[in-house]
Design a protein around this ligand. Sequence first.
Ligand code: HEM
Length: 438
Amino acid sequence: WQLAEQYGDIFTVWMGHIPAVIFSGFEAVKEVLIDHSEDFSDRVETPFLTTISRGNGVVLSNGHVWKQQRRFCIVTLRKLGVGKKSMEGQIEEESQQLVEVFAREKGQPFDPALSITYSISNVTCAMTFGYRFPLEDETFKKLIDALAFIMKIGFHPFHLVYEIFPWLMKHLPGPHKGALHAIEMLVSLVKKEIQKHKEQKSFQEPQDFIDFYLLEIEKRKNDPTSTYDEENLAHDIKDLFVAGTETTSSSLKWAILLLANRPDIQDKTYKEIEDVLCSSSFSYQDLKKLPYTNAVLHEIQRLKYLLLIGVPRQTAKDVKIRGFLIPKGTAIIPNLRSALLDPEHWESPKEFNPKHFLDQDGHFVAREEYLAFGAGARVCLGEQLARMEFFIFMVNLLRAFRFQLPPGVKELNEEPVAAITTPPHPYKVCAVPRCSSS
Ligand code: HEM
């Protein structure tokens, strides 16, 4: 923010000898993501990121590999029910499990973070592996630990030094080594699942992401342009876990914290849910009937945006923009957070204000400035899934509990932790069962 105030919407930051061009504010970010979507659609290739992905998967790949893997992921997520009733059932089941876990706390102060992460990860497990893990499963715990380790290293000083002196950092101990080990562990865990699927030949009647992918490998085995192989499959799944777990879990952690700090908004949201849904079962489509709830969920993800700056890009060719020439291969950071907090576009950018997404008659208003999931060629491919998860989990949690501050606590800390994602600091809250609170 300070650099943008001093140098304008577009400026360069040097990380050692590597320049990165930052785009700040809604207008500048939109130019990158939408107006120049193709020019800026490559992901940045740095020593650390290349070591992690080796050009495989979807989040960090480029060119033909990226196009094929991305397309496959989108089509398969749809086949697996994203945006449809079948996936809603899976999410509903996980959210009910979470309600049960919270209920065991009997309204006493507790830290909800880990159970939320378990539930969200299990949605991805069911989608990719075809089954969910029991919470006490050792493999599952390893998977969650590995994800946590990976998220901590992004933008950590050791990560940044690695990008500048990779030859040195490869030999030095530090958290970067732990993160690389965690990624290897995650990929090898996924490879074991792939092996199991192959042995069971379950892909003949595909039920999950691995099945569909193995079938695609088989179909395309004589196609020289095919990038479908087990390495890409393992990295696609690693990417779905890394991109989908911490982001969606952090949204839920922020939601509970912000609503516990704002009982009036929590009660108003609950009332709308009860008045409209009348304690009956509900579906994702019902979100349209709940404008205030919808506005509150958007405002949570706007104010407490959970990516530090978004996911960096790189110019695919020389690009001229606002009179600047940005050479091919330059790292680009469209600062999504700056668009979500842009004072030119939001009435009260630093305040929690659901009216940002409501018109005068209380109808929900979709805002083009709301770029939480990015936009253009690289737009988040899990957006639909993330929205479904956030809505279904929140409705079930708010119906079951009133989230309250622990006795003696005046307010929960709203400062984020800064890493790749920006979750809240650990906190305790009381989930008071609705039936006993009323
Ligand atoms: C609240 C939750 C989430 C937020 C805020 C979020 C946000 C984002 C953003 C900003 C990007 C980068 C877009 C760009 O470069 O312009 C992204 C990419 C991506 N997201 Fe999400 N995401 C969320 C949940 C998910 C979920 C649940 C999944 C899948 C299970 C997912 C999978 C991906 C993948 C695979 C990419 C890379 C796409 C590509 O490079 O082509 N995300 N996400």
